[in-house]
Design a protein around this ligand. Structure first.
Ligand code: GLU
Length: 445
């Protein structure tokens, strides 16, 4: 790391004690900025780097709720409003027991650059809670969401901060959150949340967008080598929204996804994933991947190791942060995997990324390849503001165009700063310069 960025990094570590994932996300961005600052030293002036790593606002609050048996629970709620240079804070809410300030901060920091890459005028934010929706009844989830929104509603608004879903927050949760917001404000502000139901302001293609976008990005990377996804074996991790629709788009483009996973293990289905069954198990029944394996002849559930142990041409990590480590990267590379596109946020460890770069394979960081989700959220906001509704084909065509633009911006920035084919440098440099230019225009705020 260059001296100037090294100092900023050390300050981040000292000031954000114990927040390892946040340190990791900041380090990756700052490392990419070496060549950018060497070429344009003004980006290191006026405390710009110091300002960009410090959230504009952090909100932490108590979320008390009562379970079906009458017992009181207390969870912790978070919203980090990281950067509003380009537009209202935008980013999802994650409900998962692993959530803490450091996790939300890393996600919010990534979101700044991801959102800038979409070119849609959205700032960066993120929130969530250590609440675990698994095994909770609909009534319990509703009471939790109502309590969470009772505090969150003071801080958000269609022109201020626009949350959406992430791990543990889907259509059901967004519904309960929106209902409570509307009741508290006595105002039908459709644009205050995205990922809404289609009957009350949601956008067609939002559900599919993150997974579709990740696969479209992989296809664009392959196209730079005159190749395509046609006939490729694909390993997918996760079995949530991102994984399911990554599998769907990969199948549409002629590839063969053969794995998916959750905390009960991973499934290998050599015949190719039966998407209808997977949707039935995960979306309708809210079941486990083990239920798929027990109903699908020829599929097997593996409870040791990771989907990355299966020989494939393409890997799509769509589960969670740091799910793909150096050992998994080595296994993937040994088996001939030549493309990794991240559907999750920061799923590859720094050591895994180093291995991908050393091997010279096509590797896309999540802030570029999974930006289709938030991009389509911005399309939802656009439809809400215009009180209009587009058909699926229109929304999907816009998503496809945005993903192609993000891909090309990354390629161009990587070339400009002397590391052609380095999508990490490309994404960080392109995202950073867009935010930094506007921060400079706005003065020291
Ligand atoms: N949680 C998603 C992400 O990581 C989507 C955020 C949004 O739509 O605001 O980008």
């Amino acid at each position: 790391m260059q001296d100037v960025v090294e100092k900023v990094y050390e300050q981040v570590v000292a000031r954000n004690h114990g927040e390892a994932e946040f340190h990791q996300a900041v380090r990756e961005v700052l490392e990419s900025l070496g060549p950018v600052i060497a070429k344009h030293p003004h980006y290191a002036e006026d405390g710009l780097l110091e300002r960009i790593v410090e959230p504009e606002r952090q909100i932490m609050f108590r979320v008390p709720w009562v379970d079906d048996a009458g017992a009181v629970h207390v969870n912790r709620g978070f919203r980090i409003e990281f950067n509003s240079a380009l537009g209202p804070y935008k980013g999802g809410l994650r409900f998962h027991p692993s959530v803490n300030a450091g996790i939300i901060k890393f996600l919010g920091f990534e979101q700044i650059f991801k959102n800038a890459l979409t070119g849609q005028g959205i700032g960066g934010g993120k929130g969530g809670s250590d609440f675990d929706p698994h095994g909770r009844s609909d009534a319990e989830v509703m009471r939790f969401c109502q309590s969470f929104m009772t505090e969150l509603s003071r801080h958000i608004g269609p022109n201020t901060d626009v949350p959406a879903g992430d791990i543990g927050v889907g259509g059901r949760e967004i519904g309960y959150l929106f209902g409570q917001y509307k009741r508290l404000r006595n105002s039908y502000d459709a644009g205050v949340l995205t990922g809404k139901g289609l009957a009350w302001g949601g956008s067609l293609a939002r559900t599919q967008a993150t997974g579709y976008g990740t696969v479209l990005f992989a296809q664009s990377m392959l196209a730079t080598k005159g190749d395509s996804l046609e006939g490729k074996r694909v390993a997918v991790s996760g079995a949530g929204n991102v994984a399911i629709y990554a599998i769907e788009k990969a199948q549409q483009l002629g590839a063969k996804p053969i794995t998916f996973s959750d905390s009960s293990g991973y499934v290998v289905d050599e015949a190719g994933v039966d998407l209808e069954l997977l949707k039935q198990v995960k979306e309708v029944e809210r079941g486990r991947v083990a239920d798929y394996a027990s109903r699908r002849p020829g599929a097997r559930l593996v409870t040791e190791g990771r989907p990355w142990d299966v020989p494939v041409d393409v890997a799509l990590p769509c589960a969670t942060q740091n799910e793909l480590d150096a050992d998994s990267a080595t296994t993937l590379l040994r088996n001939g995997c030549a493309v990794v596109a991240e559907g999750a946020n920061m799923p590859s460890t720094p050591e895994a990324i180093e291995a991908f770069h050393a091997a010279g394979i096509l590797y896309a960081p999540g802030k570029a390849s999974n930006a289709g989700g938030v991009a389509t959220s911005a399309l939802e906001m656009e439809q809400n503001a215009g009180r209009t509704r587009w058909d699926f084909a229109t929304a999907e065509a816009k998503l496809t165009g945005i993903m192609a633009d993000i891909h090309d911006s990354c390629v161009e920035a990587a070339e400009t700063y002397g590391r052609p084919g380095d999508y990490v440098l490309g994404a960080n440099a392109a995202g950073f310069t867009r935010v930094a230019d506007v921060m400079i225009a706005h003065g020291i705020v």
